[in-house]
Design a protein around this ligand. Structure first.
Ligand code: SF4
Length: 484
């Protein structure tokens, strides 16, 4: 029986900001692919890099297992892999090298390899799988050992021939996701993940996906794996997987790693019904859009099914910038969604983005105002990051510096000349955080003064943080006039 060793190229330790949060999630996309290959009768194993310190740790496993195929298959559901960070790319290259040194046929499937397949072929990869990989991988594995194998007949791959990459057309994405077997959770070292979560947070969380792709066209958003199609698993199938995870791993908090949760009309309501029918007890977090949240009874159905927090791409408080991004949402919708979620006691997280083309100081102030008016429960602040395959990238590519990828997710370097210099955006990032935390502290203080009986460690921590954030919110204000 042929052996397939799966791995991927994300190392939490190489991304200090993420490692410090101590919230690692197993490589869901990788175990999905592993399950699909195992179903074909191959022997599969997983070298999960997430919690490792070096790609070289794969060496003893390769030597022992002697796999025929090494498949470096990134978790395309995790937004961190979409950032195409250089530290992870270098790790992937090392994995390719080790695979080749040990006689494996090396296949790579990731956002970065889809965009830059030539780099991976140069590093020894035999095949790069473009975009969604399960069907392409299965097709390739079946045909590769046949007598008349010709890579030209496998849609969705790139390979090297006569010193140049040969690229076939992309394979259409899977439409019926329920045809896939459940992800191979048994390959993951769950206790190691659980230990990190429990020690840092006192609870454990796992991840799953209900959909693939996103039909919206925010013009900076790269979707090299699942693209603009949007396909869903059935609510029954998703609920069954949640039930399995609860029973098997005693986990009651989930991150639904879809780009957009519950876009199909009626899906969230059916999911709520399925959760109730099975009497499942859990909480979860999702990513969504403010316009979607405002549809019909969506917020109520989310609440009833256990939603804890929804992260939305608020991006900017300036309608001019939202329109320039082709975001398709209105600033008023952000305010309205914030109000409705608060009324239902659902938490809200904002992704904010600075430095988009033509954003000026007045636009930045509008974003600051929106943030402090609505006061979500958490924020993720970033700067515009041009990724290949986006309209935004096409607009700025002639202006881009030599550096085209961040090293890690906290890099935040501006890759093209925006309104202000790169140092300004780093200061802005810190200032916005300070303003937000200061307001959290003052709100907590006001609450405690009105309701002293509510005293708890969470409130005290927020109030104590004022000692740092109150002065920092003044001192760290970026000097926009000087910066120009
Ligand atoms: S809605 Fe989100 S996932 Fe979809 S295109 Fe916009 S940013 Fe990307």
């Amino acid at each position: 029986m042929k052996k397939v060793l799966f791995t991927h190229s994300y190392f939490y330790r190489f991304d200090p900001k993420q490692w410090n949060t101590q919230m690692p999630y197993p490589p869901y996309g990788t175990i999905y692919a592993a399950a699909a290959v195992r179903e074909m009768g191959y022997e599969v194993a997983l070298f999960d890099t997430n919690l490792r310190e070096s790609p070289n740790e794969i060496l003893p496993i390769i030597k022992k297992e002697k796999p025929d195929f090494l498949v470096i298959y990134d978790d395309g559901f995790n937004y961190l892999t979409k950032m195409c960070l250089t530290k992870m790319r270098e790790a992937a290259f090392r994995l390719c090298e080790i695979g080749k040194e040990h006689g494996c046929t090396v296949m790579v499937c990731s956002s970065d390899s889809t965009d830059h397949f030539e780099k991976y072929l140069e590093q020894g990869a035999d095949y790069v799988l473009l975009g969604e990989g399960e069907e392409t991988l299965k097709d390739l594995l079946v045909k590769i050992n046949s007598e008349n194998f010709t890579p030209e007949n496998i849609p969705g791959i790139v390979w090297q021939s006569e010193g140049a990459p040969q690229k076939n057309n992309r394979r259409p994405v899977l439409r019926d996701l329920d045809t896939l077997p459940d992800p191979a959770w048994d390959l993951v070292d769950i206790p190691s993940y659980k230990k990190i979560w429990m020690e840092a947070h006192g609870y454990f969380s796992l991840n799953f996906a209900t959909t693939r792709g996103c039909p919206y066209k925010c013009n900076w958003c790269a979707k090299p794996i699942y693209g603009n199609r949007y396909n869903s698993r059935s609510p029954e199938r998703v609920a069954k997987e949640i039930e399995y995870l609860i029973n098997e791993y005693d986990v009651h908090y989930f991150w639904v790693c879809d780009d957009i949760f519950g876009l199909k009309p009626g899906w969230v309501q059916k999911f709520r019904d399925e959760v109730k029918k099975r009497n499942l007890n859990f909480k979860y977090k999702i990513q969504s859009r403010v316009d979607l949240l405002l549809k019909e009874d969506t917020i109520q159905a989310l609440k009833d099914s256990g939603l804890d927090i929804v992260w939305v791409g608020a991006e900017s408080g300036s309608q001019k910038i939202l329109d320039a991004m082709d975001k398709g949402t209105k600033v008023e919708q952000i305010y309205e969604a914030g109000k409705k979620l608060k009324a239902q006691e659902i938490k809200m997280g904002f992704f904010l983005q600075f430095g988009y083309l033509e954003e000026n100081w007045e636009d930045i102030l509008l974003t600051k105002k929106m943030l402090l008016d609505i006061m979500p429960d958490d924020i993720g602040v970033s700067v515009s990051y041009p990724l290949p395959g986006t309209l935004f990238y096409d607009r700025v590519k002639t202006l881009m510096k030599e550096k085209q990828n961040w090293t890690d997710s906290d890099d935040l370097d501006m890759m093209y000349p925006a309104t202000f210099p790169p140092t300004f955006y780093k200061q802005l990032h810190r200032w916005i955080h300070c303003l937000f935390r200061r307001k959290q502290g003052t709100t907590a203080l006001q609450h405690l003064l009105r309701n002293p009986q509510d005293i708890n460690p969470f409130l005290i921590k927020k109030i104590a943080s004022l000692a740092y954030y109150a002065p920092a919110a003044i001192l760290k204000k970026p000097q926009h006039k000087l910066a120009r």
